[in-house]
Design a protein around this ligand. Structure first.
Ligand SMILES: Nc1ncnc2c1ncn2[C@@H]1O[C@H](COP(=O)(O)OP(=O)(O)O)[C@@H](O)[C@H]1O
Ligand SMILES: [Mg+2]
Length: 251
């Protein structure tokens, strides 16, 4: 009898979820997002069969990777809290349950596909923080980032395109976020020199040194609050002998 009761409950729950799914909260290329049966949560359910990360027969479902990456960011306070993952036979209907963030976060009116200005500075600061934790997160188009209604602080959605990185890949992830952040801040020239410096070190196999420079650059980016309009600064270039990274990144 207990078993029958559990089956009936599961049936009722699936009925409720499928009715919620017909009125989604949001949709992307891969998933439909709808209200969970637990109030305050949403379900992100993959539209297509989950074939695993590499499409190999014994791959772990891709939703598990996605949820794990998101959980790292949630721990840092920059993504919705993950409530659970459910996988089904054949990978059909796999879903992640997470906090519904619509009360406090919103998408601003979209003027371009990618974040710009202050939003882009802040998004890249968060991407750099993630890189330091060994997470490279991609696909940061306007549909994948929401902003706090009061403070404008970004929150990252959609960890579908992301992976764990270490070594030179981690350095690159940190350097890219930093250089993009500088560009968004209006000092793309600084970003270019910084990027070239890091990549030169990587090409020479000096991963530790490259990470050191990347971290120095990123700590400068972290201090920028908004795009620097008409900022006066000393501008050496890569040809200036004896320059240090401190000389061309504003403090
Ligand atoms: N935690 C959430 N709370 C509220 N809305 C969300 C949440 N996660 C996703 N959404 C909405 O659902 C849309 C699609 O989610 P997303 O994770 O980007 O799916 P996809 O992988 O298909 O692009 C988002 O653009 C957003 O509007
Ligand atoms: Mg998306």
């Amino acid at each position: 009898m207990r078993k029958a009761g559990a089956l009936i409950n599961e049936y009722l729950r699936e009925g409720k979820l499928s009715s919620n799914r017909s009125n989604p909260v949001g949709q992307g290329g891969n998933a439909v997002v709808y209200a969970s049966d637990t109030p305050g949560n949403v379900m992100k359910q993959l539209k297509d069969r989950d074939r695993g990360r590499f499409g190999l027969p014994d791959d772990e479902p891709a939703v598990i990777d996605e949820a794990n990456l998101q959980a790292i960011a949630a721990e840092m306070g920059i993504a919705p809290r993950v409530a659970g993952v459910e996988t089904f036979r054949g990978g059909i209907g796999n879903r992640i349950e997470m906090e519904d963030v619509r009360d406090n976060f919103e998408m601003p009116p979209v003027s371009s596909q990618w974040p710009t200005g202050k939003n882009a500075v802040r998004v890249n600061q968060q991407l750099g923080q993630l890189a330091l934790k060994g997470v490279r997160l991609g696909d940061r188009h306007a549909g994948n980032v929401v902003y706090n209604k009061m403070t404008g602080r970004p929150l990252q959605l959609d960890f579908g395109i992301g992976d764990r990185v270490s070594g030179a890949d981690q350095v690159q992830a940190l350097a890219e976020a930093t250089a993009e952040g500088f560009r968004a801040a209006g000092i793309g020239d600084v970003g270019d020199i910084f990027r070239a410096t890091v990549y030169d070190l990587l090409e020479g196999g000096q991963v530790t040194e490259a990470m050191d420079v990347a971290k120095q650059g990123f700590s400068r980016l972290q201090k920028i609050k908004a795009p620097l309009e008409g900022a006066e600064r000393y501008k050496p270039n890569a040809a200036t002998t004896g320059y240090a990274i401190e000389d061309f990144i504003p403090g």
